[in-house]
Design a binder for this molecule. Sequence first.
Ligand code: PMP
Length: 362
Amino acid sequence: MHNTVLATLFRPEILAMSAYHVADAHNFIKLDAMENPHGWPADIQQAWLEHLKDCPMNRYPDPEAKALSGALRESNLIPAESGLLLGNGSDEIIQILQMALPGNATVLAPEPGFVMYKQIALGLGLRYQGVPLLTEGFDLDLPAMLAAIESSKPSLIFLAYPNNPTGNLFDAEAIKTILEAAPGLVVVDEAYAPFADASFIRELPKYQNLLVMRTVSKLGLAGLRLGFLAGDSAILDQLHKVRLPYNINCLTQITAHFALTHQDFLLAQTSDIRQQRSEVMAALQTMDAVKAYPSAANFILFKTLARAADEVFISLKNQGVLIKNLSPQGGVLHNCLRVTIGKREENQAFLTALHSALQNSS
Ligand code: PMP
């Protein structure tokens, strides 16, 4: 269809935007998407397959995912009195939250941050305001955040804790100050909580406008597409109205429930990833040609100092290693790459390839 016709059909923001791009990872060592690299032990997999037989494929799934919600509550992940909303990944929760806002609402988030906050705001025709992080250490610029809150009165603020793509935990006191200053909702997005020793879950009873969002994706269940949001039940009741009735399919409900009751193997994998993170960080710190930033997540952001990140990224790809090139986003991310922590041998292959990519610069 001709562009002039498209322009009559769609909003300018949509026409200007690019679709979320996922690189083709076929045949690569895949360290680009913050997945858990470990599969399931054979005995767990066998027990899970048995469970799947209980999934009545001819029926719609439970629209409220009661058994899974109950298991989430029992696992002590959320305070007993808190409301709960499940989403098809936390991506869908970000969308549900924004769909319920007034049409002229502003959504605010620090930048660089997770791109879907902005992408969904623009897609829904809302206003979006990004507030730059401090360039040293990537913490929140609290005065700038408070000034932006004062001037644009955001209905919704997203704070990723730890932050993607920078990997750091923002100062908890600054988040509390923002919670007090915000006129609307504040979502603390804890997608990477399994790799950090900090969480706002226990703060939920103290702040009515606080919502804590989690996902099982980084824990090792990215294929399931399951996220959850905890917070004041009167707020979540409103959000449930814009949620699609069967957003959590039967296979996801049964599998997530099963995984929650067999969490130990996932926790062991998480602790292996944390150990690997220390080893990769230590190796990056010995390289003069890169600067690695501290991480409380399952990835490490690093800047290339002696060679353009675009070239290093391509060299890594040519050596069969796929990571994420953030340099095209510019600003503080200029010459920045992000590597997801994989299995020991994958990390080793990455480090060897990186070493070679950096050597070739001289
Ligand atoms: N929040 C953050 C900070 C993320 O980095 C991501 C995924 N990269 C998500 C949310 C979305 O996770 P999912 O939709 O897989 O639950």
